[in-house]
Design a protein around this ligand. Structure first.
Ligand SMILES: [Zn+2]
Ligand SMILES: [Zn+2]
Ligand SMILES: [Zn+2]
Ligand SMILES: [Zn+2]
Length: 243
C-alpha cells in the first residue's frame, strides 16, 4: 500500500509538471529574437518581436534601435571635393573635412569658379583712379593751355603752381588706390605696378620759375601723363574682366 501510494505521488508530480499547472508562469517580455518566455519552465508565448532596424548611413551600419545588433557595414561618405568656398563635404550627411581652397584671386573674377571676389574693393580702386584722373586732366589741361600762351615765366610759374595743387590731390587718390591693391595683392599686380609708376612720376613741386625749370616741369608732366594712360588702360581692362 505504501509503495503504490508513492508511485501515485510520483505519477501525480510528473503529470503536474507535464501539464505545467504547478506554478504561475513568470514571463519575461519578448525580445527582438526571443518570444515571451517563462523564466521558470521556459514555456513560450507568441513570437519574437523582430529587430526594429534603422537603415545604414554614412558612418553606421544597419542597426537595431532596440538591441543594437548590426548588419552589414556603414555606407561611407559620398564626398564632394573642396572648391573655392566649400570644404570637402559629404553630399549625404553634410559632414566636412578640411577647409575650402579659397579663390585664386583676392580681387576680381576668380578663374576657378568665375565668382566676383571683393567687388566693392575693386570699385573703390576704380573710383580712386577715376577721381585721381580727373585732377590729372585738370592739371595737364592747365599746363598745356598756358604753355602755348606764355606771357611770362612768372605767369607760367603761378599757373603751374595751381596745376601742382591738382597733381597733389591726384597723387593722394592714386596712393589710396595703391594701398588697396597692396591689401588685395593677388589680382591687382598690374594696377599696382602702373600706380607705382605714376606716383613716382608726379612731380612734387614746380621746380622753379626759370624757363628751363618750367620747361623741364612741363616735360615731366607730359611723361607722367603717358604713364597715367597706361594706368587707365590697365584699370579699364581690369574693370571689363569684372563685368
Ligand atoms: Zn512556466
Ligand atoms: Zn533588435
Ligand atoms: Zn556622409
Ligand atoms: Zn573661386
Amino acid at each position: 500500500m505504501k509503495k503504490s501510494l508513492s508511485i501515485v505521488s510520483v505519477l501525480t508530480m510528473v503529470l503536474l509538471m507535464l501539464s505545467g499547472c504547478g506554478h504561475t508562469h513568470k514571463f519575461a517580455d519578448a525580445t527582438c529574437i526571443e518570444p515571451k518566455t517563462c523564466m521558470v519552465c521556459g514555456e513560450t508565448e507568441g513570437k519574437p518581436l523582430g529587430h526594429d532596424w534603422q537603415e545604414a548611413d554614412c558612418v553606421n551600419p544597419k542597426i537595431c534601435k532596440v538591441c543594437g545588433e548590426t548588419e552589414g557595414e556603414s555606407l561611407g561618405h559620398d564626398w564632394r571635393e573642396a572648391d573655392c568656398v566649400n570644404p570637402k563635404t559629404c553630399k549625404v550627411c553634410g559632414q566636412t573635412e578640411g577647409t575650402s581652397k579659397g579663390h585664386l584671386v583676392d580681387i576680381g573674377r576668380c578663374s576657378e569658379c568665375g565668382e566676383l571676389v571683393n567687388e566693392g574693393v575693386a570699385k573703390d580702386i576704380s573710383n580712386d583712379i577715376t577721381t585721381g584722373a580727373s585732377f590729372i586732366t585738370s592739371a595737364t589741361d592747365t599746363i598745356t593751355s598756358v604753355s602755348s600762351n606764355a606771357i611770362s615765366a612768372q605767369y607760367l610759374y603761378n599757373e603751374f603752381t595751381q596745376a601742382q595743387n591738382d597733381l597733389n590731390v591726384a597723387k593722394s587718390y592714386f596712393q589710396s588706390a595703391k594701398n588697396l591693391c597692396n591689401a588685395y595683392p593677388n589680382g591687382t599686380e598690374n594696377i599696382y605696378e602702373k600706380l607705382t609708376d605714376v606716383i613716382d612720376k608726379i612731380p612734387s613741386n614746380v621746380y622753379g620759375s626759370s624757363y628751363d625749370d618750367l620747361i623741364n616741369y612741363a616735360n615731366d608732366c607730359a611723361d607722367m601723363l603717358r604713364s597715367c594712360q597706361n594706368l587707365y588702360d590697365t584699370m579699364s581692362s581690369f574693370a571689363s574682366s569684372m563685368a
